[in-house]
Design a protein around this ligand. Structure first.
Ligand code: 3SL
Length: 247
């Protein structure tokens, strides 16, 4: 039996850190959903960077850069953080440097773990099945908002924890995981409607960037599982799942 835990904020990460676990980083609005969209649309690899100076330096070297702070695209970047920015025409076969307000900081923070996977509602089942097959402890790291708790990442953590504990291969003695599962049980009845309560949903609305809400709250639109290998995010795609047969 493996264990699953949920860390609700990067600020709490030192208290949950378990380098033997696979860390699933979640930033539903919008970074981890956008990363899944990029791989679904054929990106070759993504270089996540926490700092803007580093992102600028990659840009000077000629790389394609996606970067935002507080939702707003930075002046030196080629595009921002909407999953719709990562269209096949733009990303197919490309290497993209990526820096976001919270998501890429969380990825960098987890880099010493045994494995780092990118989680979102869009790849929920594929990710859960892959984790079960990996037979490893799991720590869900919610990117949150500037170290504060957020609803959308916590609901996702509950959905993943529910899938893993429901499989019979995982258990938990972690109160934050129990709370996340209970939150998921409330939210799952109308996920998109529930997300009206999320503060970041309203930040995005003020900026006119909330067209992503249905996309980010769609479950299982892709089988891609982005994984951190050395310093690159690359794609693992579960072609052979019982739920997704390739004929
Ligand atoms: O926090 C992040 O990393 C971003 O996803 C925030 S935003 O959706 O681009 O505002």
């Amino acid at each position: 039996m493996k264990k699953i835990e949920v860390c609700y904020s990067p600020a709490l990460y030192p208290y949950y850190r378990n380098d033997e676990a696979i860390v699933v980083v979640s930033d539903i609005l919008r970074a981890t959903t956008a990363i899944c969209a990029a791989f679904e649309n054929g990106v070759k690899r993504i270089i996540p960077v926490a700092g803007l100076e580093e992102a600028r330096a990659w840009k000077k070297k000629g790389f394609l850069v996606a970067a935002e702070r507080d939702g707003i695209i930075l002046d030196f970047a080629d595009f921002g953080n909407s999953p719709f920015n990562f269209s096949p025409e733009r990303v197919k076969g490309a290497t993209i440097v990526y820096s976001t307000t919270n998501g890429t900081q969380a990825i960098e923070m987890a880099a010493q773990a045994r494995g780092v996977a990118i989680g979102a509602f869009v790849n929920l089942s594929a990710l859960a099945e892959w984790l079960i097959a990996e037979d490893s402890d799991v720590l869900v790291l919610c990117a949150g908002w500037k170290n504060r708790y957020n609803l959308e990442d916590s609901v996702f953590a509950g959905a993943l924890a529910s899938a893993l504990t429901g499989s019979g291969h995982y258990n938990t003695s972690c109160d934050s995981t129990v709370a996340a599962i209970e939150l998921w049980e409330i939210a799952r009845k109308d996920l998109l409607g529930y997300m009206e309560k999320a503060a970041h949903r309203h930040r995005l609305k003020k900026l006119g960037l909330d067209d992503v809400m249905p996309y980010c709250n769609t479950i299982d639109s892709t089988r891609v599982i982005p994984l951190l290998k050395d310093r690159f995010l690359v794609e693992h795609r579960d072609y052979f799942s019982k739920n997704h047969k390739i004929i």
